[in-house]
Design a protein. Structure first.
Lengths: 345, 345
DNA sequence: TTTAATTGGTTAAACGTTTAACCAATATTT
DNA sequence: AAATATTGGTTAAACGTTTAACCAATTAAA
C-alpha cells in the first residue's frame, strides 16, 4: 500500500524549487552547493523516504558499486569466513558484495560468471571449482575490463592477482612436525593434482620427505576428491597395505574426518599407531575425538587482502593486471591426533 | 586490450541498417520481427560479442531480474543447501540470486536489506538473524512493494509467506522417540525463546512431556545460543544437577556436538546413560562418534518452495501478501546417540 | 476494386541518475 | 571603478534499453 511510486531526485527538486542536478550534487556533497541547500535536500529526502535508484546511477556513471564473489561452496568455514572479511572491507568503501557458489562445478562456475558480468559488477573475487581446468570463462572477466582477484584456488596462467597461503611450505611444516613425532612412513591423501594448491601440497610433501631422507612410497600418495566419504575410502585403502603408514596427512579436513572415522572403527590408536593431520582448520576439527591437527589458512587476512587488492585497482583505475602473488604463511595447529610426544605449544 | 567499448544494441542496428528498437525486439523474439531479421541480429550479436546491459534494461523495465537472499550464515549445511535449491529454480526462470549473510547480527541484517533494496532486487527470500526482534527493517521490504518470502526463521507479525518445517511437531517426534527408548528425564537445550522456531520447539517439548505424563522440570529446560561452545557449557550445567537427565534434546547440531564432547570427556555412556538428539542434520552429525540422531529440515523442498512462492507473486503481480504458511513435516533420523534399543529403521 | 488486416518494421519518449558546460549574481582584487 | 574570481546554482545531454504509438507496404477479405 502507501504511495506506490518511489520518490526520485526530481520529487525532491520540485519540493525545493531547484533543479534535479542540484539535488544530485547536494546528495553527493558537491562543493558547488551551499550548506543551506544541502541541509534542505537531506531533510526533504528523509521526509519523502528517498531511496536512490542504484540502477540509474550505475547506468550513468558506469560503476555499479557491486563486487561479485565466486566460491566453490559456502558451507566451508574457510570460504564463509573469507567472504565475511571481504564484505567488511568493501562495505566500508560503499561497495556491496554479491555471493555466488559454483558447488565445485565447472558449468555452474561459468553461469556464475555470466550472472555477475550481466549484473555489471565492478570486479570479481574468485576461488576456482575443483572441476575447472579450462580457463576461458575467466578470460571473459578480463575481457570485460574489470579486475579479477583470485584467492586460495587460482591458476598462474590467468595472469591476475592471487592471494593464498604457501601450500608447498605448509606441507613442509606438516612433515617436519610428523617427523619430529618419530613418524617414518608418512602417507598423503591429496586433492586433485590438476588443482594448483593441491599439487603444491603434494610437491611440498614429496620434497619434505626427501629433505628428511625418507623414501617416497607411491602407495602412500593418493589422489582424492577430499569429501568425507572419499576420505573414508582412501584411508581404508591405506589400511589394506601390507605395510601400513604410521602417519597420514590429508589435504582437507572433511576428508580427514572420514579418515578418522575409519581409524576409530578399526580401533587403531591415534596418534600412537597412526598420526593424523588435516588441512583447513574447520571448526569441527578441534571438536572431534581426538581433535585433529590442522592448518589454519588465515581467512581473515586473505579476505581483507583480496578486497584491498580490488580497491587498489579501482583507485588508480589502471587495469593492467599481471600475475601478482601475495603469499601468506599458514599456521600449523597441533592437536591430539598427531601429538605423540605431548609437545606443548 | 581489445576494443574497450562494449557493443550495444545500437552497434548491431548500425551493422544491419535497422533501428535499435528492431534489434531489441528481435532479441526478445517479438513476433513483429521477421525470422530473417532475427537470425541476422543474433548472428551479428554473436560476432560482436554483444552482452546486454542489464542495468539499462532493468532501469527501463523496472525489473532487475535479481532476487536477494538473506541468511543468518552460509556455513550451515541447511542454509547453503537451501540457497542452492533456490538458485536452481530461479535461474531457470532467468533470475539471478544475490546472497547476503547477516552473521546472526541485527545490524548486519539491516545493512543486507539496504544493500538488496539499493540493488533493486525484484524480491527477497529471507531467514532471520537470532538477534532480531524488531521487524521494522523488514517492513521496508514490504514498503518497497516487492515480495518478501521468509523461511525457517520467520515471524507471524510480518504477515508474509513463510516456509518451514513443523517445529512443534518435530519436538513431539523427538520426545516420542526418546520415551520409546525408555528415557524418563528428558532435558532440552533450546534456542532463544524470542526466535519463533526455537520457541515452537520448546512448546512442543513441553507439550510432548505432558502427553507422556512426564513431569516438566525447569532445571532441564535451558536457553542457549546453540553454538558449539555454548552447547558444551549447557551440557556441563545439566551434568552438575543432583539428578541428571537420561536424555538431552539439543535444538541445534552444532550445540549437540559440544554436548557430545562433554559427555565423552566425562566418559558418560551414550546412549545408555544419556541419550542425545540434535537438530538440523548437519553432515558432521552422522560422522562423529557416536553418530548423532537429528532432524532433517528438507532444505531441498524448502528452497524450491520459497523460490516458487516468489515466482507466483511475480506472475500474477498482485503484491497483496499475507501470512501464508507452508509447513513441512520434518524427518527424524535415528542414529546411535539415542538408539538404545537398536531399533531398525 | 475497395476496404481491412497483417507484416515488419520506425520514431521518439522514457527510466532516474550524473556531469560537462554554462551563467548570473555577488565578492574580491587591483 | 573596472576586471577577475567565487559562489551557487541551471540546462541539457547522456548512459543502454524498452515500449507505446505510428506507418508504409503487402496480403487477404468482401
Amino acid at each position: 500500500m502507501a504511495n506506490k511510486k518511489k520518490t526520485t531526485i526530481k520529487d525532491i527538486a520540485n519540493v525545493l524549487n531547484i533543479s534535479a542536478a542540484a539535488v544530485s550534487k547536494a546528495l553527493h556533497n558537491n562543493p558547488r552547493i551551499s550548506d543551506k541547500t544541502k541541509k534542505a535536500v537531506l531533510q526533504v529526502a528523509e521526509n519523502l523516504n528517498y531511496q536512490p535508484n542504484h540502477l540509474a546511477s550505475a547506468l550513468r556513471s558506469g560503476k555499479s558499486k557491486l563486487v561479485g564473489v565466486i566460491v566453490p561452496k559456502t558451507n566451508s568455514n574457510f570460504f564463509s569466513a573469507t567472504i565475511h572479511n571481504i564484505e567488511e572491507v568493501l562495505n566500508e568503501e560503499g561497495y556491496n558484495v554479491i555471493i555466488t557458489q559454483s558447488n565445485e562445478s565447472y558449468k555452474k562456475e561459468c553461469a556464475n560468471i555470466n550472472t555477475l558480468l550481466f549484473t555489471q559488477v565492478d570486479g570479481i573475487i574468485a576461488s576456482m571449482a575443483n572441476e575447472t581446468t579450462d580457463l576461458s570463462h575467466f578470460q571473459k572477466i578480463k575481457d570485460a575490463g574489470i579486475p579479477l582477484i583470485t584467492f586460495d584456488r587460482g591458476e598462474n596462467d590467468l595472469n591476475v592477482d592471487y592471494i593464498g597461503i604457501d601450500d608447498y611450505e605448509s606441507s613442509h611444516k606438516i612433515v617436519n612436525h610428523l617427523v619430529a613425532q618419530d613418524c617414518k612412513r608418512i602417507a598423503h591423501i591429496g586433492g586433485f593434482k590438476r588443482t594448483r594448491i593441491y599439487n603444491n601440497r603434494i610437491k611440498g610433501y614429496i620434497d619434505a620427505l626427501k629433505k628428511h631422507n625418507l623414501p617416497l612410497d607411491n602407495e602412500l600418495l593418493i589422489e582424492s576428491s577430499l569429501t568425507t566419504e572419499d576420505g573414508r575410502e582412501k584411508m581404508q585403502k591405506l589400511l589394506n597395505l601390507k605395510q601400513r603408514p604410521d602417519a597420514v596427512y590429508v589435504a582437507g579436513d572433511y576428508a580427514a574426518l572420514g579418515a578418522l572415522q575409519v581409524l576409530k572403527e578399526q580401533n587403531i590408536k591415534i596418534p600412537e599407531e597412526i598420526a593424523l593431520v588435516g588441512f583447513g582448520d574447520e571448526p569441527f576439527s578441534k571438536m572431534v575425538t581426538p581433535p585433529i591437527t590442522s592448518v589454519n589458512q588465515h581467512s581473515y587476512k586473505i579476505g581483507r587482502m583480496a578486497a584491498k587488492t580490488f580497491l587498489d585497482y579501482i583507485e588508480k583505475d589502471t587495469f593492467k593486471q599481471s600475475l601478482k602473488k601475495q603469499i601468506l604463511e599458514a599456521k600449523l595447529i597441533v592437536r591430539e591426533s598427531s601429538n605423540k610426544k605431548n609437545d606443548l605449544e
